[in-house]
Structure formats: C-alpha cells, structure tokens
Design a protein around this ligand. Structure first.
Ligand code: 13P
Length: 242
C-alpha cells in the first residue's frame, strides 16, 4: 500500500504559501518519492492556488472539511463538488477539533458519503481523549466512532477511503502514542476496515519520531499538523516513509 503523507495546515497559511509545493519538491524531488502520495490540506481559500502550483509536481491538495449536500442555503459551507472543481483530491472529515466543536458521527458519515459521491477521498478521523484512554475506554470509543462514521460506506473500494487514527491527547502536545499502542489500535482499525483502506497515524508526528511510527504494521502514512507547516520537517517526515 502506497504510504500517504498528509499535512493538515489547520488555520494556518497565507496567499504566498502557494510556493510550498515547489519548496517541498526541491527537498524531495518527484522522482525520489514515487513510492509515496504527498498531500497538503490548506485552508479552503488557498486550495486553488496551491493546486495550480502542485499538480505538475504530483503533490495532491485536499480540504479540511466539507458539507454533506451538493448545494443549497448553507451559509459559509463548501460542498465536495465545489472542492473537486478547484482540484481538491481529498477531504479530512471528523477531525477531533471539529468533533470538539459539536460535529457528530452522523455528520461525519454524511460528509464521508458526500465526498465519495463527489469523487474525492475522505480521510475519516477517529481517536480517543486522554480521559477515555486513562479510563480504559480507548478501544470502545474508537470502535464506536468507526461504526458510526463509516457505517454504510463501502470499504471494499480501497484507495477511495482513508482512515486516520489521531489520539486527541497526542495532537499538538508533543506526546505520541507508544509504538505498542499504535500497533494495537491500528490492528483493531484494520480488522474493521479490511485490507484495502489506508490507515494514517496522527498526533505530534515529527521528523525525529516519524520513522518508528511509519514502520509499524498497519500504519500506511501520517496525518501531520504542526510539522507540516515547515517544508524542511514535512519533507523529512516524508523521507522517513521511504
Ligand atoms: P500535530 O501534528 O500538530 O499534533 O497535529 C495532528 C493533527 O491534528 C493532524 O490532523
């Protein structure tokens, strides 16, 4: 399975970041990363300019959210069809920062189905909080999220769906799950999604821990926040996947 190295820029970026794909390419040229898929997910309004600069470099661009409907009276929202029309190939759905703002599994399922319908690949995020882990509920929480946010999705299609395991307590904290915890949770997710779906790990992935994380069984790439904003560290993480 081709590893997917994905950067979630969150609410960071500016118009002049359009040159990040070429800066990345200078550090890890296309010829040297044919074994990888590289993805940058900037804020939605920068997608189009980034696509223009990245498509020739074979770097994918994705969104961080979408609406479940194609069009309609939904102020401030963007449909998957709109994202696709400007060149987005992936969309993150159900990120814990959005779940914390009230996004529910049912919303996430609707968005994942909308993405598939719209022809872009959803990256469906799951992960437990620190309280849930410490109280021994991590497995149940993640399984429940998988069932509720992927129920009805055809998981036999392979690369058209990605799952990201992001323990909430590891995001932006510098803490990562232990290799044993990652292996155990990814095996559990693999048992649910079957053999064809890529499973990413996310949560404080940095150049110094990427190799160990990315070599774990059933880790098919990474979803990277802070370290994806700096092309030196993003490229270093991608190199660790080679
Ligand atoms: P950090 O890599 O900054 O911990 O963020 C992870 C994340 O939330 C990616 O979606």
């Amino acid at each position: 399975m081709k590893p997917l190295i994905a950067g979630n820029w969150k609410m960071h970026g500016a118009p002049d970041w359009y040159d990040y794909p070429s800066r990345f390419n200078a550090l890890l040229p296309e010829n040297d990363r044919k074994a990888l898929d590289i993805l940058m997910c900037p804020p939605a309004l920068f997608i189009e300019s980034l696509v223009r600069k990245s498509s020739e470099l074979n770097i994918h661009v994705g969104a961080q959210n979408c609406h479940a409907e194609t069009s309609g009276a939904h102020t401030g929202e963007i449909s998957t069809e709109m994202l696709k029309s400007v060149g987005a190939r992936f969309v993150i759905v159900g990120h814990s920062e959005r779940r914390a703002d009230g996004e529910m599994d049912a919303d996430i399922l609707a968005k994942a189905l909308a993405a598939i319908r719209g022809g872009i690949t959803p990256i469906v995020c799951v992960g437990e909080t620190l309280l849930e882990r410490e109280s021994g509920h991590a497995n149940n929480v993640v399984t429940a999220q998988l069932v509720a946010s992927l129920g009805g999705v055809d998981l036999t299609t392979g690369p058209e769906i990605v799952v990201a395991y992001e323990p909430v307590w590891a995001i932006g904290t510098g803490m990562t799950a232990t290799p044993d915890d990652i292996v155990a949770m990814h095996a559990r997710i693999r048992a649910y999604v079957g053999p064809k779906i890529r499973i990413l790990y996310g949560g404080s992935v940095k150049p110094n821990n990427a190799k160990e994380i990315l070599k774990a069984p059933n880790v098919n790439g990474a979803l990277i926040g802070g370290a994806s904003l700096d092309m030196d560290s993003f490229a270093a993480i991608a190199k660790a996947a080679l």
